[in-house]
Ligand binder design. Structure first.
Ligand SMILES: [Zn+2]
Length: 427
């Protein structure tokens, strides 16, 4: 028999906010940069140190540790029914070179804290549970990012994974072994029932809405468009303004037109240009050619495709206004990843039952959960971060928000795993 504890009932388990926060601060003492930030690139000595600290806490909590070829770490808690698939949660412990104390780390620690809360409350689950640390999410030292989860999801071959060489000349497989986390577990050894990832939002939406928890519905899709703008090189002194074909001016008009196009597509649309290069670079030469890349994102595939088409049209129209031509081609596209309806509903139900102000929203950034969603029902919990700042040493999430998010994670996992009823009828 299994029953589910209502989170508002007094006997429902809650995470320990102090323990969760102090573990964040303990890990933050490893690889300190600029006093409040962290640099712990994947498979570096610093990454090895925090992995060992995390492993120590897992063992103290009675969990069994395993790892795989990619160095992904799995801390397992048995369920009453060993035939049941595993309800897992986690994120990543590696950081950006000037990273914060919460990006990824919060998701691993919240998952561990959820299990600590069950231990404290003496709750056994029907299904086994797992806390996962995915290797090299950030993709700084080894490219691409989301590497451990991509390999686990079968998107990268063993040989390819092993032989990826870092910017500092180290081979991936050698570095996994060097820090002691190359294991023999295979993805087929872990049958997942579901996966939940808590992560800081890395954007300002929750904070602006005054919401304590984000119920993440999807990871938005992405399309990159290359735009080549062709005009004519000419002399800045001799060419009258109305006879120019100024590709840089056309690029400027394109930037403004793209912003308008993005705004017209609604609040979920993102249109950005972060790279603009001119073929010539002289104060007295009218630019004859410029290239830019448009980064377009939207959680809905149809809307993403319409937005990309509108952006391409806007480029051609704006370029023509200045007697230039714009040629648009696609560099690559990643489709939106919708999270599992049932898992998303569990996260939302938990947030509501805990009386938390929450918001449903798509994820603006890519996460390991997007890879794992291809394998098993998956959902994410967002926690607000101050001013929406991330990939920055100033990144900050409040202890009470982290605890609220971890409680949501705990109750979503519990609903999925089922509580073993105690003989006295509790639970
Ligand atoms: Zn992250």
């Amino acid at each position: 028999m299994s029953g589910v504890a209502h989170p508002r009932r007094s006997n429902a388990p809650h995470v320990n906010a102090d323990r969760l926060w102090s573990r964040h601060m303990e890990l933050a003492r490893v690889g300190v940069v600029e006093e409040v930030g962290n640099c712990r690139l994947a498979l570096s000595d610093e990454d090895g140190t925090v992995r060992d600290m995390f492993a120590g806490w897992c063992r103290e909590a009675g969990l069994t540790l395993r790892s795989d070829r990619a160095g992904n770490m799995f801390a397992l808690r048995a369920g009453r029914d060993p035939s049941r698939a595993v309800v897992a949660a986690g994120s990543h412990l590696d950081t950006q070179p000037h990273g914060g104390r919460f990006d990824g780390i919060s998701g691993v620690l919240a998952a561990l804290e959820a299990i600590e809360a069950l231990n404290d409350a003496g709750i056994e689950t029907e299904a086994p549970l797992a806390v996962i640390n995915w290797t090299n999410e950030e993709g700084v030292r080894f490219a691409p990012g989301l590497l451990g989860s991509a390999w686990f999801a079968g998107r990268i071959a063993d040989e390819t994974l092993d032989n990826i060489v870092s910017a500092d000349g180290a081979r991936f497989a050698d570095e996994v072994a060097r820090i002691g986390w190359r294991g023999d577990m295979l993805p087929v050894d872990l049958t997942l029932d579901s996966f939940f990832e808590l992560h800081i939002e890395q954007g300002p939406v929750l904070e602006r809405a005054g919401a304590q928890v984000g119920v993440v519905t999807s990871v938005q899709g992405l399309r990159w468009l290359d735009v080549a703008i062709t005009g004519r090189d000419s002399h800045a002194g001799t060419t009258p303004l109305d006879l120019r074909k100024d590709a840089l001016l056309a690029a400027g008009a394109i930037l403004v037109a793209l912003r308008r196009t993005g705004l017209a597509a609604g609040p979920d649309a993102r249109v950005s240009v972060g790279r603009l290069a001119t073929a010539t670079d002289g104060p007295s030469t009218i630019v004859g050619h410029a290239d830019l890349v448009i980064d377009i994102r939207h959680p809905d595939q149809g809307a993403l495709d319409r937005l990309a088409r509108d952006c391409a049209e806007a480029c051609c129209t704006a370029a023509a206004e200045f007697d230039c031509e714009a040629e648009v081609s696609e560099r690559f596209a990643i489709p939106p990843q919708l999270f599992d309806r049932d898992c998303v509903a569990l996260v939302e139900t938990a947030a509501r039952a805990l009386d938390l102000d929450y918001l449903r929203l798509p994820s603006g950034a890519l996460h390991d959960a997007a890879n794992i969603a291809a394998l098993t029902p998956t959902a994410m919990v967002f926690v607000p971060c101050r001013d929406g700042i991330s990939h920055n040493v100033q990144e900050y999430a409040a202890p009470e928000d982290l605890a609220a998010g971890a409680d949501v994670l705990l109750h979503a996992m519990l609903e999925r795993a089922g509580i073993v009823s105690r003989p006295d009828g509790q639970g």
